[in-house]
Design a protein around this ligand. Structure first.
Ligand code: PLP
Length: 425
């Protein structure tokens, strides 16, 4: 049935999907169409069961179809789907986020991570009255024009658009540095004195696989921003509420000026947010001159899902111990297998984010991440899928562990991984 759906889908949607990675272009083969999900499992249209490590690309930290979230959403639906007027739920959501994340006095809800980043950049430019933004090669910040830019092979200052349709004008103000290379950032500040509005990054790079920040990298960025009157933007669309309740700021003890969120704060609904200190956020309309609005922003159904999820995370901090422990078991299992089967595997993990690279190099930056043999990853992915394990259909993504994953799931995953890797040899 998946195959008849993909034919229909391809005739009415580009590539048959609403987001490119779902098409399996990176790994080959036909995408599986999903009908339902529960706990740690997803089920395709033929009712085949998979242990799921995509978790909707991050939001489902409590697992699929969490009872408290589902009940909260059902209750909200009875009250009406959207009002376009202030609601108590938006206040509760803002109070939750500002109480859990350090350094955020005010927050503005939007509808996606892309929107959050786009708005945060506009705000940083307005606050600093500067125009250039430093981003890192291999960090993904959504699909707004100015962020679809990265360096052409090693050229740090000559920015090239990364997507057709992004013009040079959009690319010009986006400067590209190398993740985990503080000198590349220092150079850009020196070459663009007084022009840098902000440095934006994923504090843990989770869109090049999973690459943790080197010791002092984040603190180094903080210092460079302070020295140069630029803002530090942590894009926590993935890491927010994933590493710990306070996100990367708390986890690494480094403060950002603006933080963007998405994924987890929506509990599975389309939500994003950006927040920061009062003096910065007061520039946002209607208080200040930075215009940003949204017909469905703060939507009551989305808020109901997000509030239920964040409340669980706030009240049950042991969730983080559990998901980190499960991810650690996976990490250890993969590493043991690599040794026993004499495979060139590298496993990176930060908390419950995990990635298996097919390289013998330690993956510490984008260059070493790219040394992974993506053909082998594609093969691994297919074997795992055939064995009932759903991993990201692309190498440069994270595996997400949720609180619904059990020790039994982890054991089964490792058993299937070993079988897959043996068959691949
Ligand atoms: N920022 C990061 C770090 C992301 O991983 C993503 C999406 O994966 C985005 C921004 C964009 O979020 P969205 O897909 O909700 O627009």
């Amino acid at each position: 049935m998946s195959s008849s759906l993909i034919d229909r889908a391809r005739s009415v949607m580009p590539g048959g999907v609403n987001s490119p990675v779902r098409s399996y272009r990176a790994v080959g083969g036909e995408p599986v169409f999903i009908k339902r999900a529960n706990g740690s499992k997803i089920y395709d249209v033929e009712d085949r069961e998979y242990i799921d490590y995509v978790c909707s690309w991050g939001p489902m930290i409590l697992g699929h179809n969490n009872k408290k979230i589902a009940e909260s959403v059902k209750k909200a639906v009875d009250y009406g789907l959207s009002f376009g007027a202030p609601t108590e739920k938006e206040v509760i959501m803002a109070e939750l986020i500002t109480s859990m994340v350090p350094g955020i006095d005010m927050i503005r809800m939007v509808n996606s991570g892309t929107e959050a980043v786009m708005s945060a950049l506009r705000l940083a430019r307005a606050f600093t009255e500067k125009s250039k933004i430093i981003k890192f090669d291999g960090c993904y910040h959504g699909h707004c024009d100015s962020m679809l830019v990265k360096a052409g092979s090693g050229a740090l200052t000559l920015s090239h658009p990364d997507s057709l349709g992004v013009t040079g004008e959009f690319a010009r103000n986006t400067l590209i540095a190398d993740y985990n290379d503080i000198e590349s950032v220092r150079r850009l500040f020196a070459e663009n004195k007084g022009e840098i509005a902000a440095v934006i990054l994923e504090p843990v790079a989770a869109n090049m696989g999973v690459v943790p920040p080197r010791d002092n990298f984040l603190a180094g960025l903080r210092a460079l921003c302070d020295e140069n009157g630029a803002l530090l933007i942590f894009d926590e669309v993935i890491t927010g509420f994933r590493l710990c309740p306070g996100g990367a700021q708390e986890y690494f003890d480094v403060r950002a000026d603006i933080v963007t969120f998405g994924k987890i704060i929506g509990g599975g609904m389309p939500v994003g947010a950006y927040g920061g200190r009062k003096e910065i956020m007061e520039l946002v309309s209607p208080l200040g001159g930075v215009y940003q609005a949204g017909t469905l922003s703060g939507n009551p159904i989305a808020m109901a899902a997000g509030i239920a999820q964040l409340t669980e995370l706030k009240e049950n901090k042991d969730i983080y111990l559990r998901i980190d422990r499960m991810a650690e078991s996976l990490e250890k299992g993969f590493k043991r297998m690599a040794k026993e089967l004499e495979l060139t595997l590298t496993v990176n993990r930060v908390g419950s984010l995990l990635c298996v690279f097919f390289t013998k190099e330690a993956v510490t930056d984008f260059k070493t991440a790219k040394s992974s043999n993506t053909k082998l990853y594609a093969k691994f992915f297919k074997h795992m899928l055939d064995n009932g394990i759903h991993m990201a259909p692309a190498q440069f993504e994270a595996m997400f562990v949720s609180d619904a994953h059990t020790e039994e799931d982890i054991e089964k995953t490792l058993e299937k991984a070993e079988k897959s890797l043996r068959e691949m040899k």
